[in-house]
Design a binder for this molecule. Structure first.
Ligand SMILES: Cc1cc2nc3c(=O)[nH]c(=O)nc-3n(C[C@H](O)[C@H](O)[C@H](O)COP(=O)(O)OP(=O)(O)OC[C@H]3O[C@@H](n4cnc5c(N)ncnc54)[C@H](O)[C@@H]3O)c2cc1C
Length: 459
């Protein structure tokens, strides 16, 4: 039974759902379909991968349990940020994955903003794309030093990052008393649901078979019995017509199948029980979002006047952007992310908007929604190989709009030519967290500590 549609499910409550009415119809899977690559999950990553594979001539079946963009891709803030989370720079990334991978990953990330906006242009996706730059204001001397370091390192890699002084920062933001800011000119913002649906239409036009159905099991294909698991391909069991399939007229529950030479899980944090080793190698954490009432023209003209999204460099960042229809959008994580936390968090973030930006009318959270982010602990993405021919690229840690689009393209190239030397992180077996059940407390502890550190450095 599909248990995602609980009373706390908020996909259709988001601002993006209201601004993006046209869904992408996907026929339920019937019988057995055969393909070269089965991709599981129609978010940015699955769609970018499927699109690029199909453009290279592969037969691709893309399976989605719910609807296109149902995961984090349809619910995020739409910041296109060609930077790793946590301002991870060359030194730290080199320590984690070695110099060669670090060089490739940082280049891939640095180019990922242009990658999104170029793809949007090439495919003609109407998603309110604005490549006006991303701002990371620095609230302290220490974060200002980090800005300078990031600019030096970025420029050495050929990325035109810019350090703004306090006056320039205030002019770009229209509020606040920051010490300076990092401006990432190739960043910007999109309507994420419109982007992910546009990718789905483009993937279908390129020949991808998009099917509705929840993959419940992946097993070595029995027709090749006796061979090593996966070497003869994979068989996916897919639940179709479950009670929760709101998007389909077809309501008779049954199992259909896909047979594929290779399988890529792009299920992100929603992997559930499908593949235990992958599920235990990440920790999911909730993100909460609000969109305000439509703001008066005078405020729209002076606050973030260039429509640059901003997330400051606090450990628990304050983040804000405009929507196309003149609402302020932002949010973050919660220390107590219980099922009913949304109204409490909506009130909290509305208060934050008023606290950070003097002169706003009292903020009402007219739209409130939540989503799940896949964390990896060190803020780096992973390319898991769970078995031969069974992969799971995963874990963009809240920076997935640009990075998943880029990873999809790069992983498609790898599946096409088998050359692992271009991959930005090692392809390796999943590394489950020891005592994984306890990781669910990790984000709350981390956030409590982050807020405490922010409060201490503000004194
Ligand atoms: C609240 C929030 C705010 C964020 N803000 C930003 C931001 O501003 N900028 C940024 O860069 N990143 C942001 N992120 C992160 C970004 O949204 C993600 O990194 C990115 O969307 C992940 O894309 P994905 O394709 O890997 O996974 P997802 O979009 O999560 O897609 C996974 C898909 O797999 C499907 N699925 C799962 N299991 C199965 C199954 N068994 N069978 C079939 N289908 C299945 C799901 O239904 C889902 O559609 C945010 C995330 C959240 C939650």
């Amino acid at each position: 039974m599909n248990n995602r549609h609980t009373m706390h499910e908020t996909f259709s409550a988001s601002l993006w759902s209201a601004l993006t009415p046209e869904t992408v119809p996907a026929q339920p899977l019937q019988g057995t379909e055969t393909c070269d690559v089965a991709v599981v999950g129609a978010g940015f990553l699955g769609l970018s991968l499927a699109l690029h594979l199909a453009e290279q001539g592969a037969r691709v079946v893309l399976l989605e349990a719910d609807e296109v963009g149902f995961g984090a891709s349809g619910r995020n803030t739409g910041f296109v940020v060609p930077r790793l989370k946590g301002s991870l720079g060359q030194e730290a990334v080199t320590r984690l994955i070695g110099a060669d991978y670090a060089q490739r990953l940082l280049r891939l990330v640095g180019e990922a903003g242009d990658g999104v906006f170029d793809l949007v242009k090439r495919l003609g996706i109407a998603c309110d794309a604005e490549q006006n730059g991303f701002l990371a204001p620095a609230p302290s001397d220490a974060t200002l030093r980090s800005v300078e370091k990031q600019v030096r390192e970025g420029n050495a890699l050929g990325q035109p990052l810019v350090a703004l002084d306090a006056a320039q920062t205030r002019a770009q933001l229209g509020f606040g008393a920051y010490r300076g800011a990092l401006l990432v000119p190739s960043g910007g913002q999109i309507n994420p649901l419109a982007y992910v649906r546009g990718l789905a239409r483009a993937a279908q036009a390129a020949g991808v078979t998009l099917r509705q159905g929840r993959v419940t099991q992946i097993e070595a294909d029995r027709l090749q019995a006796g061979s090593a698991p996966g070497s003869g391909g994979w068989r996916l069991s897919v639940a179709v017509g479950e009670g929760g399939d709101r998007r389909s007229d077809d309501s008779s529950p049954r199992t259909a199948f896909v047979r594929a030479a290779r399988v890529v899980l792009t299920t992100n944090a929603l992997v559930g029980q499908l593949r235990g080793d992958v599920a235990r190698s990440l920790f999911p954490f909730a993100g909460f979002q609000i969109a305000s009432q439509v703001m008066p023209e005078a405020i729209r003209a002076t606050l973030l006047p260039q429509h640059q999204p901003m997330a400051d460099m606090r450990n628990s960042p304050f983040a804000l952007r405009w929507s196309r229809d003149g609402r302020l959008v932002g949010g973050g994580a919660s220390i107590f992310p219980t099922a009913g936390a949304l109204p409490r968090m909506a009130e909290y973030f509305a208060g934050k908007f008023n606290e950070a930006v003097p002169g706003l009318p009292a903020i009402r959270a007219e739209f409130q929604w939540r989503g799940v982010i896949a964390g990896t602990g060190d803020f780096l993405p992973r390319l898991w190989q769970s078995a031969p021919g069974l992969y799971a690229p995963i874990g963009c840690n809240g920076r997935g709009v640009a990075l998943t689009t880029a990873l999809g393209r790069v992983f498609a190239a790898y599946l096409n030519d088998g050359d692992a030397r271009a991959l930005p992180v090692p392809l390796q077996a999943p590394k489950p967290f020891p005592m994984h059940a306890l990781t669910r407390f990790g984000p709350s502890l981390w956030l409590a500590q982050a807020r405490w550190r922010d409060a201490r450095s503000a004194r």
